[in-house]
Design a protein around this ligand. Structure first.
Ligand code: FES
Length: 172
């Protein structure tokens, strides 16, 4: 008696027509997916570039008129969350209220005539320069422009400090 099982004979008919069709379909779908991904990547890159070029991140705030601010004074701008410093020579600075040590909010101390950080005691002059560590960098400043006696501050951007690390005052 023969114990071996007979496997059913399956015919592997060459179905090359259907196989070729599915191969082409997968290639087509793969190409479409690749094109969509490429288009998406290019769109993301271009939108970032355009934002930078057109200044879409700008947030201009009218801070007031030059004559509204006393010489050698600091005025908090609650809306823009910055300090407007009117320096001895009549120039202006828009200083960020964020401490450059670890980011606490720095109040202006009118009596001491300097910014004193409540967190670790760093202090900054009216021009934002470090007077007392642990902070090592001046307060950041926002770009500022004066047009027809009106002061405009761009709170959407921080300004590069001068070479010596000091913020850049703008003359009226
Ligand atoms: S966060 Fe201001 S001194 Fe540390």
């Amino acid at each position: 008696m023969d114990n071996t099982l007979q496997r059913p004979q399956v015919e592997h008919a060459p179905d090359t027509g259907r196989r070729r069709f599915f191969n082409k379909l997968w290639a087509l779908l793969g190409s479409i997916a690749f094109l969509e991904l490429s288009w998406l990547s290019i769109s993301i890159l271009r939108s970032g570039k355009n934002k930078h070029e057109t200044g879409a991140q700008d947030a201009i705030i009218k801070a007031g008129n030059v004559e509204d601010f006393a010489i050698n004074s600091v005025t908090a701008n609650a809306r823009g969350q910055f300090y407007l410093a009117c320096l001895e020579d009549g120039s202006f600075l828009a200083l960020s209220r964020t401490c450059t040590h670890l980011g606490c909010s720095v109040p202006w101390d009118e009596e001491a005539h300097k910014f004193i950080c409540p967190c670790h005691g760093s202090s900054f002059s009216i021009t934002g320069e470090v007077l007392t560590p642990p902070a090592t960098r001046s307060l950041n400043s926002h770009p500022l422009r004066i047009e027809n006696g009106t002061i405009y501050v761009n709170t959407g951007r921080l300004e590069k400090p001068l070479q010596d690390g000091k913020p850049r005052p703008v003359k009226a």
